[in-house]
Design a binder for this molecule. Structure first.
Ligand SMILES: [Ca+2]
Ligand SMILES: [Ca+2]
Length: 101
């Protein structure tokens, strides 16, 4: 009936996917973040990061270095904000993750 005038948040999100120049959008960051966040508590722990990166052949030592680099406030977990900051500085890496996930 009035389908066209009813806003659908999910659809809106889909249509916002194409942004930036790298082909990786903030929707992709969210998708990647959720893949890393295995227990879905909204934070990526060192264990979750290590497990996820292990699938890319990244060593536990490198994963820890990455964790230290991403975890700006040093609480031992990566919040989505911290992840998004890191993603913006590492677009090439995020492109690989976006493809893999
Ligand atoms: Ca988690
Ligand atoms: Ca943190």
């Amino acid at each position: 009936m009035n389908k066209e005038t009813t806003p659908d948040p999910f659809q809106t999100k889909i249509s916002c996917r194409k942004m930036g120049d790298s082909g990786v959008s903030s929707a992709d960051y969210e998708r990647i973040f959720k893949r890393f966040d295995a227990n879905g508590d909204g934070k990526i722990s060192a264990t979750e990061l290590g497990d996820a990166l292990n699938g890319f052949g990244v060593s536990a030592e490198d994963a820890k270095r990455m964790m230290d680099a991403i975890d700006k406030d040093g609480d031992g977990c990566i919040s989505f904000e911290e992840f998004a900051d890191f993603a913006k500085d590492n677009r090439a890496l995020m492109k690989d993750f976006a493809k893999a996930f």
